[in-house]
Design a protein around this ligand. Structure first.
Ligand code: AMP
Length: 195
């Protein structure tokens, strides 16, 4: 049965690492809205140019741009068997994708939320050191990081409440090493009715 998963959490929580592991294990296409946007910027596309100033300042890229690239990418894989990393970041995005997937007869399977405290993220950043910051990213400045955290703090509760009420949310303690986090996610995914 086709499977669609979403992984969200604060910036720097390790969601891309988990998304890659999940994609490999369940044979899913891994999409990251942040990475797709960075690729659009590298390609100097019209969408990329529109998105760049939002990304560089740690702000959310407007929905119409994100929805456009998302639907284009999902359509390429018939809207099935994917894990989407970094989406939804606002309740409007969650409702949009839920409705879209339902309209494609691929109802949303699960949103995985990595619970990681801001203190833990700061400690990981300090341990990695500034020189290790992702070469490919122009938004690793303290100001952009703080802006991303604020968007997360402002929006995350609403997203979690909405999907929790529909029993579509799995929260996992992300203040741990990669392996035990992944094991918990695996158990959850294996227990989904489709698997
Ligand atoms: P990320 O790689 O997930 O940390 O995303 C990097 C940046 O891309 C974010 O700070 C936003 O500017 C933009 N972005 C990524 N995903 C979304 C989204 N779902 N909605 C709006 N903007 C996004």
């Amino acid at each position: 049965m086709p499977l669609n998963l979403f992984i969200i959490g604060p910036s720097g929580c390790g969601k891309s690492t988990q998304a890659k592991l999940i994609a490999e294990k369940y044979n899913l296409t891994h999409f990251s809205t942040g990475q797709i946007l960075r690729d659009e910027i590298s390609a100097a596309s019209e969408l990329g140019l529109k998105a760049k100033s939002f990304i560089d300042t740690g702000n959310l890229v407007p929905d119409e741009i994100v929805f456009d690239i998302l639907i284009t990418n999902l359509a390429k894989i018939n809207n099935q068997d994917f894990i989407l990393d970094g989406f939804p970041r606002m309740l409007s995005q969650g409702q949009f994708i839920e409705n879209y997937l339902t309209s494609q007869n691929q109802p949303l399977d699960q949103i995985i939320h990595l619970d990681v405290s801001f203190e833990e993220i700061q400690a990981r950043r300090a341990a990695r050191g500034v020189e290790f910051q992702d070469q490919n990213r122009t938004d690793s400045t303290p100001k952009a990081i703080a802006a991303r955290q604020k968007f997360y703090d402002d929006n995350n509760g609403l997203i979690m409440d909405y999907f929790q009420a529909k029993d579509l949310l799995f929260r996992v303690n992300g203040n741990r090493p990669i392996e035990p986090i992944f094991e918990d996610i695996e158990k959850k995914v294996n227990s989904l009715p489709k698997n």
